[in-house]
Design a protein around this ligand. Structure first.
Ligand code: CO8
Length: 374
């Protein structure tokens, strides 16, 4: 059995706290200068490396990021802490990530003109979940009063597109009538704010989408899902070693390798051609010339990556109208980036216009969906 599938609503929840490049750099540099002063002797003897200074101008030029939103600003800029403060919640209180997820999910349901009764599957798909069980998705399902089932998925930057693929397959197969795919990207607890090369990269946000059959769609702003494609190729170039066994390996849970770290240049060089080839072959297998794409909702990791990908495919830089940018304001929000772009820039498209959502990142993982405005 195969049903036509639509994305009928998208929701975006943005945290109220913001950190500009200037604020972030001022705090990092104060921390680095204090470290270098306190360790001057060891640095002099070559037994410790001096911490290099960061620069707001470098960050904007190298990445396109000007600012980022954070779920909690407290603690991040404090040079005695350099990590956010989140309050511990009791087991019977809503968890932080469920709270973010529900805020985005409600917006997606309202955009799709749907109620929780129209949903029977909840996928919470993101780079990290704050606990293993019970699944955040089941907590969200209960809080929204949804009957059916939910589960969590982790695929780093491609969690949203991979989650959408599961949702599309379930609706197409007739095993689900309506799916909420939610991406509560709470990245700030895993950012190493003491690492000059990565302290600026990430922000927090939550996005959600409603996937259902065309026959039940009541939305003015829906998209037919023409095709989905996912691929993974193993790489250690983007990694976090924090996990549930950290406690028994007796390692320091605060050490740099337990947090996000990457070989940024290598990632840039390896992932751009992979993403460009992925989009090209996905479109070509559907018989759609690249030039017919009206919109590219690309993963938001780095403005130069997106320009390079569009240059490879179009032979020129995509315009902001073709490939909207949100990372200047949101930074890299892991899997939510392409969905933020989709949420903010889809209403102006005309019936029949075709666009592609594409994510690329750790794993490596690449996911794409080809959509047509209804
Ligand atoms: N300030 C000043 N100078 C700096 C800074 C800084 N903050 N950082 C680096 N520099 C210096 C370097 O030391 C270097 O100096 P030199 O030339 O003297 O050696 C110079 O600037 C150039 O450094 P790079 O070559 O590293 O700079 P790039 O132009 O490559 O830019 C980027 C660095 C922005 C990191 C870039 O390489 C990039 O964006 N790469 C792609 C990375 C990417 O997309 N990664 C995806 C990761 S996200 C993902 O997959 C999801 C993971 C899960 C979420 C995790 C949440 C925590």
């Amino acid at each position: 059995m195969s049903h036509s599938v639509v994305i009928s609503g998208v929701g975006l929840w943005t945290p109220e706290h913001k950190i500009s490049n200037e604020e972030l750099v001022e705090s990092y540099n104060a921390w680095a200068e204090r470290f270098n002063k306190q360790n001057a002797e060891l640095i002099e003897q070559g037994r410790e490396e001096a911490k290099p200074l960061s620069s707001a101008a470098f960050i904007e030029k190298a990445s396109g990021i000007k600012s980022r939103f954070v779920y909690s600003k407290e603690g991040v800029l404090d040079i005695d802490r350099m990590r956010p403060v989140l309050e511990v919640r009791d087991d019977d209180q809503l968890s932080h990530q469920a709270q973010m997820a529900i805020a985005a999910a409600k917006k997606a349901l309202s955009a799709a003109n749907k109620s929780p009764a129209d949903i029977d599957m909840v996928i919470v798909s993101c780079a990290y979940t704050q606990r293993s069980y019970p699944a955040i998705a089941i907590e969200v399902q209960a809080a929204l009063g949804i009957e059916g089932f939910g589960f969590d998925m982790l695929v780093a930057c491609s969690a949203a597109t991979f989650g959408l693929q599961r949702a599309v397959d379930a609706v197409a197969a007739g095993t689900s009538k309506g799916v909420l795919v939610i991406n509560p990207e709470l990245t700030s607890p895993q950012v190493n704010y003491m690492d000059r090369d990565s302290h600026f990269i990430f922000g927090d946000v939550a996005t959600a989408t409603v996937v259902e059959g065309a026959a039940t769609c009541r939305s003015e702003q829906a998209f037919d899902v023409l095709s989905t494609r996912c691929v993974t190729v193993y790489s250690n170039a983007i990694r976090s070693n924090f996990g549930y066994i950290t406690r028994v390996t007796d390692e320091d849970p605060y050490s740099a390798d337990k947090l996000f770290h990457q070989q940024g240049r290598k990632v840039f060089k390896e992932v751009c051609p992979m993403a460009a080839e992925h989009i090209e072959s996905h479109l070509s297998s559907e018989g759609i010339p690249v030039t017919e794409l009206k919109r590219w909702w690309l993963h938001q990791a780095n403005i130069n990556m997106n320009l390079l990908i569009s240059r490879r495919l179009l032979g020129r830089d995509a315009t902001l109208e073709e490939a909207p940018v949100v990372l200047d304001e949101y930074a890299n929000t892991a899997s939510a980036g392409s969905i933020i772009a989709f949420a903010k820039y889809h209403q102006d498209l005309a019936k029949g216009d075709i666009g592609v959502i594409c994510s690329f990142g750790a794993g490596y993982s690449i996911g794409s969906l080809i959509l047509r405005k209804r």
